[in-house]
Write a protein that binds this ligand. Structure first.
Ligand code: NAD
Length: 517
């Protein structure tokens, strides 16, 4: 009969459940172990300061839902209804938002809640209902300054995901030396299924509820997946509504349009930062970007601006994958034409690269096997799995997206000798210029794009070089950087090196200021 002690010894060790957050924090723990991070600082950083979940409700507008051809036959003799111009908004899924004003003064022929539009199709009129959305704001850490991080509107979000993304912001702001902490949030919604007025209503309601949690010196949102400068403008409007000193609060969100206090260069800043890192990566090898080939995942803010800047430097885009498909052209895709196809084409409601005439469609599986000098993920997290990493035919992965590579894939990349520019430095250009925007708002100043980019280039290249030295375990001091305080005296992998730089800078705040902030 085993004793109680033996029973205890034999009991299986319970492993914490593996989640996106635990995966994202694996590198934190590895770096913390290697540098011997103080236990209490580790506990402070291991979990977010605050995790907010709340709900946003709006009343949806009426919709016209297209009937399948078979069902439409029973309305064969239904006359056409000519609705007023400007009252209809076509959505990517074929449904139409119907503003009540469209019905004013029109001869409306409705039968059993159905009507026929001039395009010949029969639609069911579905009255707008009330809908509730789940919203989040995770504030991870503020040891170095106000919480800072983007707002994501996407169907697949969760508290776990926002915790991971908020922590990434804490590391990122430390790496580029901007005096902010880390946060992230957003709404569980597929924004493409809603009209512009509905998105406005959701955003205003979201900010109404968020207002008590944020502020220009407390927590500063910015755009992320599914949000943009227009949404930032709505958030600004709602936050400052009725305030006597509204102009003093302009820094409550960044990523605004330049005409309302946004910074020159902010829209392209993340892509610009990605390119500065890549440029420095090849410059060290005595190579330029001219003629370099790449495959790009995501053609939104980060992907399209990265491609535009790389195009100007003579690099060749071979393949693009986005949410709706993949395109390929071995001779190179003409980036300006692709940008026009995606962004200036009113018929391309999905803003997808699919159907671009200057390239052929390929499968997503083939996308990852395109032979190229670099692969740039600039879409969602977790896309480069171990299986994908085995198939890559590239020398470099430059992470424009947040968390695109799983921990298992990291190990595959290392084994295969594929180099990595990790997300927390590679895509930190966005938050860096967000900081410049915030400073300009505070000082009521306006900087030129050249000034912004000069500062950004310095911040990106200087900190990338420190990370490179930490990875190689070779401390150096040059005119631009000094990696001596950060190197461990032995090589570490690049992702770990980036985390060590972040943790050493955060550690300094706790060591010098204590734990009361
Ligand atoms: P965006 O919404 O402008 O574009 C997202 C792109 O990803 C679109 O082209 C979309 O089609 C594509 N996409 C979505 N789901 C996909 C899927 N399953 N497979 C392939 N492609 C898919 O978003 P963004 O602002 O360009 O952000 C892209 C990434 O960069 C995100 O990981 C984001 O967190 C990160 N990031 C953004 C910023 C910024 O300033 N916007 C800053 C730092 C990091």
């Amino acid at each position: 009969m085993p004793t109680t002690e033996e029973n205890f010894m034999r009991a299986p060790v319970s492993q914490p459940k593996r989640t996106l957050y635990t995966d994202a924090m694996e590198i934190f723990h590895r770096a913390a172990d290697l540098m011997g991070l103080d236990k209490r600082i580790r506990l402070e950083l291991e979990q977010p300061d605050y995790e907010h979940i709340f709900y946003v409700t709006i009343k949806l507008q009426d919709r016209l839902v297209p009937l399948p051809a078979e069902a439409a036959k029973q309305f064969a003799d239904l006359p056409v209804t000519h609705l007023r111009d400007g009252g209809l908004e076509l959505l990517p899924d074929g449904k139409i938002i119907l503003a009540r004003r469209a019905l004013l003064g029109a001869d409306v022929f409705i039968r059993n809640g159905h009507l026929r539009l001039p395009n010949g199709n029969v639609y069911q009129l579905v009255p707008g209902e009330d809908e509730r959305f789940k919203a989040y704001r995770v504030q991870h850490n503020q040891a170095r300054g106000p919480y800072k991080g983007g707002i994501r509107y996407h169907r697949e979000v969760s508290l776990d995901l926002f915790k991971a993304l908020a922590a990434e912001m804490t590391w990122k702001t430390a790496i580029v030396e901007v005096p902010f902490g880390g946060a992230k949030g957003g709404i569980q919604i597929d924004p493409r299924q809603y009209g512009a007025d509905e998105i406005e209503a959701i955003t205003l309601r979201f900010m109404y509820k968020l207002k008590n949690l944020i502020g220009p010196n407390l927590d500063i949102p910015a755009p992320d997946v599914g949000t943009n400068p227009q949404i930032m403008a709505l958030m600004l409007r709602q936050y400052t509504d009725g305030e006597r000193e509204r102009h003093m609060l302009r820094g409550v969100v960044t990523g605004k349009d330049v005409r309302i206090g946004g910074s020159e260069g902010r829209n392209k800043a993340t892509g610009q930062g990605v390119v500065y890192c890549i440029e420095d990566f090849f410059a060290e090898r005595g190579e330029s970007l001219r003629g370099k080939t790449y495959a790009l995942q995501g053609f939104g803010n980060v992907g399209s601006s990265t491609a535009e800047i790389l195009h100007g430097l003579g690099a060749r885009l071979l393949a693009v994958n986005d949410a709706d498909g993949t395109i390929f052209n071995g001779d190179g895709i003409d980036v300006p034409s692709l940008i026009a196809y995606v962004y200036d084409n009113p018929k391309n409601l999905k803003r997808s690269v699919l159907g671009f005439p200057g390239a052929q469609p390929i499968s997503k599986r083939d996308f990852w096997e395109v032979p190229a000098d670099m692969v740039i993920p600039a879409a969602l997290g977790g896309e480069i799995t171990a299986e994908v990493a085995e198939r890559l035919k590239t020398k470099l992965v430059a992470e424009g997206a947040n968390g695109p590579t799983t921990p298992e894939a990291d190990r595959v990349l290392a084994r295969r000798g594929i180099e990595l520019i990790p997300d927390i430095i590679c895509n930190a250009g966005g938050v860096t210029v967000s900081y410049y925007e915030w400073v300009q708002n505070k000082r009521m100043e306006k900087w030129t794009e050249a000034e912004v980019n000069k500062k950004l280039e310095y911040a990106m290249k200087r900190n990338w070089r420190i990370i490179r030295d930490i990875a190689r375990g070779s401390p150096r001091k040059t005119d631009m950087h000094d990696s001596r305080p950060y190197c461990l005296g032995r090589p570490v992998d690049t992702r770990c090196a980036a985390m060590i730089l972040a943790l050493k800078r955060i550690e300094a705040h706790y060591q010098l200021e204590g734990f009361s902030q």
